[in-house]
Design a protein around this ligand. Structure first.
Ligand code: PMP
Length: 397
């Protein structure tokens, strides 16, 4: 039987970017000892106090269908958190709870794009973006940011967007680069949205992982709240990846439409997970900082190790749980480097090419193993880069 074009074309028959990750998982399943620096999964589980709240909620009977838009207390808690962080008036009716940020990205595009519309996004990008957009029936179109600009979006590049697009998806702090978009970048993004009448979908799932500078939510820029959908999630901020809990903050009519979509797509999120999320958000920034702290530390470890050489470049970044390394001086592509690093040194990283064209010749390193193992893996990676550079007859030290 023939499957729909919509689903068979999700990855356009090409790579979905996850090959090195799956190969590493297969090798590990066959008993190989692999250091996995691939996906954005913390090396700690969800805090036992959050699990206890989940347990209490489930035992207390919150196991039936939960309110489709999300329980009022969680919608209110998200609204208050967003209002406190941005100063933009936000109420529970501006919030819908979703089964994770990924479902929120999909729903946001469903809400603003008609079939065949062009949906813009910035390259480098989180690997699911083009597939998510295609899944919602729209046509993805990437706008390049450049390594030379430290992957900050620039006005000229942004305004190369084709006329007639419907939406723009951005992500700051950025996965894969860790770059936090600066004020000039956010203002240029807002100007583009105003001038071309675009919806902005702002993926802010890393907003608690800021190491340098300040996270700017573009919804707070003049006139932007009426055309912005913010995607949030507790996956990264509260180490709750498996709980599948996130949200969209949007203008009220958009939320009302998203509730209709949820009724017909997901029928909401488990009540006991939502209760645990209310508890977790109630712990305030102290818990968020505690969960972010290992990445802050490991970023410093990496900076020290990378400072001592000039073969592998560290992209200047201000946030997120990843490092983007420029390995172009080794002469290998990101894909070649990642595959050989896995085969020859048992370390798994993601090729920059998994995240678009702009990050070719780079690799993304997730800072998701204990400090000692992380330092050892980076040392091995640098040693491997020197070995390759010698083989390829390039200069390095
Ligand atoms: N956006 C970005 C940029 C991500 O990196 C991820 C997960 N890695 C997601 C969204 C989705 O996260 P989740 O569905 O776990 O909330």
């Amino acid at each position: 039987m023939k499957l729909s074009r919509r689903i068979t074309n999700l990855t356009e028959g090409g790579s979905d970017g996850w090959e090195v990750f799956y190969r590493a998982r297969r090798m590990a399943a066959q008993g190989a000892k692999i250091t996995e620096l691939t996906i954005g999964e913390h090396d700690i589980g969800t805090d036992p106090a959050i699990l206890e709240a989940m347990h209490q909620a489930a035992m207390g009977g919150h196991t039936g269908y939960a309110s489709v838009p999300g329980v009022r207390s969680l919608r209110q808690a998200v609204a208050s958190r967003v209002q406190a962080a941005t100063g933009v008036p936000t109420g529970a009716e501006n919030v819908i709870i979703t089964p994770g940020g990924q479902a929120a990205l999909f729903a946001a595009h469903m809400a603003v794009c008609d079939p065949g519309d062009t949906a813009l996004f910035l390259d480098p990008y989180y690997a699911t973006y083009p597939g998510t957009i295609r899944g919602a029936g729209a046509t993805p179109h990437a706008l390049q940011t450049r390594a030379e600009d430290g992957f900050q979006p620039r006005r000229t590049g942004l305004f190369e967007a084709p006329q007639g697009a419907r939406s723009l998806l951005i992500n700051s702090p950025n996965n894969p680069t860790g770059v936090v978009y600066d004020r000039a970048a956010m203002e240029a993004i807002a100007d583009l949205c105003h001038e071309r009448d675009l919806w902005l979908i702002s993926d802010e799932v890393y907003d608690t992982q800021i190491w340098e500078g300040k996270h700017i939510s573009p919804r707070a820029l003049p006139g932007m709240a009426a055309r912005t959908l913010v995607v949030g999630s507790m996956s990264k901020s509260h180490a709750m990846t498996g709980s599948r809990i996130g949200w969209i903050v949007a203008p009220e009519p958009a939320v009302a439409a998203l509730i209709d979509l949820a009724t017909n797509a997901t029928y909401g999120v488990p009540g006991y997970i939502q209760d645990a999320a209310v508890f977790a958000l109630g712990q305030g920034s102290a818990l968020e900082e505690q969960i972010a702290a290992p990445f802050r530390r490991r970023r410093q470890i990496a900076a020290r190790l990378l400072e001592a050489q000039n073969l592998v470049g560290l992209i200047r970044s201000g946030g997120a749980m990843y490092l983007m390394l420029d390995i172009r001086a080794t002469g290998l592509s990101g894909v070649e480097f990642a595959n050989r690093l896995l085969d020859e040194r048992s370390i798994a990283v993601m090729p920059g090419e998994s995240f678009g064209r702009a990050a070719a010749g780079h690799i993304r390193v997730a800072m998701t193993v204990a400090d000692d193992a992380f330092a050892a893996a980076l040392t091995t990676l640098l040693d491997f880069a020197r070995h390759i550079a010698r083989q390829e007859n390039k200069v390095g030290q």
